[in-house]
Design a protein around this ligand. Sequence first.
Ligand SMILES: NC(=O)c1ccc[n+]([C@@H]2O[C@H](COP(=O)([O-])OP(=O)(O)OC[C@H]3O[C@@H](n4cnc5c(N)ncnc54)[C@H](O)[C@@H]3O)[C@@H](O)[C@H]2O)c1
Length: 313
Amino acid sequence: MTNTENQVASAEQDLPSIPSLADILPSFRLDGHVTIVTGGSGGLAHTLTQALLAQGSEVALLDLNVERLEYTARELQEFLKANKLPKLTISTWPCDIGDAAIVDEVVRAIPLKHNGILPDKLVHTAGYCQNIPAMDYDARQAELLVRVNLMGSLYVCQSMSRQLLQKSQRRRSVSSDSSEAGEAFPQLTNVSYVLIGSMSGCIVNNPQPQVAYNMAKAGVIHMVKSLACEWARYGIRVNSISPGYIATALTKKVISGSPEGAALQQEWTSRVPMGRMADPREFVGAMLYLLSPSASSYTTGENLVVDGGYTCW
Ligand SMILES: NC(=O)c1ccc[n+]([C@@H]2O[C@H](COP(=O)([O-])OP(=O)(O)OC[C@H]3O[C@@H](n4cnc5c(N)ncnc54)[C@H](O)[C@@H]3O)[C@@H](O)[C@H]2O)c1
């Protein structure tokens, strides 16, 4: 019988065996894992990293903003202490996510600071927004934004997967006999990538013009589906979370950078059925769900929209 036939046959039993609680209730613990957090000194990343540490994951923070990265790492150590959590390695890595060679170099170096553990969880938040009318958008400015927001998403996923698969293949060639080697796909366990997209990848924000950002985020959402399909055979799950407006430095910059800032914020919230912007903490649940091998074991290629209902209207 094939695997599918076996599955169906066992599902048809009249009296299924009684599962243990551990079989039914998912775990969100991440002990023994290293999670890469890109945009590690950003507003959303800061809160998400606190949650990762609270669940026992070591973290490698990547960001362009080196000064802020060091500050964030110190603050996270304080967070561990204040909450009486066990010490965990927090490493920091200056990195331009839009440069494939640098990303690869950094990803390969991370295990050296984490006791040889290869990162197998990703929370990718690096990115930025620009409000420029499409008619006036300078080609190089638009290309740079797409390189960072879209291509950077691909680079970090590629580097992590290559590293994990190479290690798994090395193990197989040592442990299996030569007739079996190379016949089946290498199987990884518990690998999960969560990429922060945006509702801007699904709808067009109004009134601010942001064509490059919108197209890059739409690209991230579809890239996630493509990678999910290509890499399911290896046991790598890839999903995105698409937030609505969040109160972070990124939105503050847009609001405070324009004389009509207050009116703009008012306009945004009036379009949200829940009538407010999100707090970064409201994305922790979605992230932990997608990282957890037991809660989301059958979820891949999904774009989880967390927007207070914005895209429903
Ligand atoms: N704030 C919002 O309303 C909102 C809404 C939807 C989606 N998002 C997305 O959420 C993510 C996080 O946003 P945030 O609100 O925390 O913004 P943020 O500006 O606080 O954080 C973004 C981080 O990315 C880093 N970064 C920018 N370019 C980089 C590069 N080339 N290489 C490495 N790091 C780089 C920045 O230095 C910054 O620390 C972004 O991808 C953003 O597009 C935000």
